[in-house]
Ligand binder design. Structure first.
Ligand code: 6GU
Length: 240
């Protein structure tokens, strides 16, 4: 998969080349290209923003520069364009799975009060465009949101995770939060590992893990239980 990121802070995206994603890049599973938006400016000041029509605080990113940048980065291709914004639709694991099937993603990072809307409307005439938020809080710009989304997508690409079963067992893949995990020692600071996990009875262990997942989801994210597909809970689950 190829991922392009256009930003006025290219150095901010450096962590994408570290750790697991760095390894995926080195192994050729992922091609990440970060572009400096200011490369498409024409004036000596390399200005990328201007005051908003209609007044108000903050600055809006200029359409001409973004238009040229996206024309150049998307040239001859139809990638999916993702524009991070707190006003976007919420990013979810379902979207991460869908993005992981694309051959190309282009992320357009806005700063200030955002990008002139016509940039998004124009791009949408030629390619699929998503304005996406990573949660109900406000960041300074889209860069960190891009890192979040790229990490969520990249770990789903074939070969990126050492053990593909980890992606299948994630919180959210069955619509429930994952329950607690334990490793050695058996007792630590007076806390013992639950006996059942050492019983060797794998059917009972699976049942216990599912019970814990349901309890945790009920306590922390009751909204997720409401949204489970019909038939996702069996009789035992519903008795909890
Ligand atoms: Cl995607 N961008 C910005 N700037 N703030 C956010 C966000 C995105 N998602 C939540 N807050």
């Amino acid at each position: 998969m190829r991922i392009d990121v256009v930003t006025i802070f290219p150095e901010y995206l450096a962590p994408l080349r570290a750790a697991l994603l760095g390894k995926a890049i080195d192994r050729g599973l992922l091609d990440v290209r970060v572009h400096d938006l200011r490369d498409w400016t024409h004036d000596v000041h390399k200005a990328v923003d201007d005051s908003p029509y209609g007044g108000g605080p903050g600055m809006v990113m200029k359409p001409q520069i973004w238009g040229d940048a996206l024309d150049s980065v998307c040239a001859g291709d139809t990638p999916r364009l993702v524009v991070p914004t707190p006003a976007g639709k919420p990013f979810t694991q379902v979207m991460a799975r869908s993005y992981a099937t694309e051959s190309r993603l282009v992320f357009a990072c806005g700063r200030y009060e955002g990008i002139d809307q016509r940039v998004i409307d124009d791009a949408a005439r030629r390619m699929p465009v998503d304005e996406v938020s990573i949660g109900d809080y406000v960041l300074v710009g889209g860069e960190v949101a891009v890192m979040v989304m790229v990490e969520a997508v990249a770990r789903l690409l074939p070969g990126v995770l050492g053990n593909p079963a980890s992606a299948e067992q994630d919180s959210f893949s069955d619509g429930l939060l994952e329950g607690p995990s334990y490793t050695r020692p058996e007792v630590w600071r007076e806390f013992a590992v639950p006996d059942i996990l050492r019983s060797g009875n794998h059917a009972a262990i699976d049942r216990w893990r599912r019970d814990k997942a349901i309890e945790r989801t009920f306590e922390r994210r009751p909204d997720l239980l409401e949204r489970l597909p019909e038939g996702a809970l069996d009789k035992h689950d519903r008795a909890l």
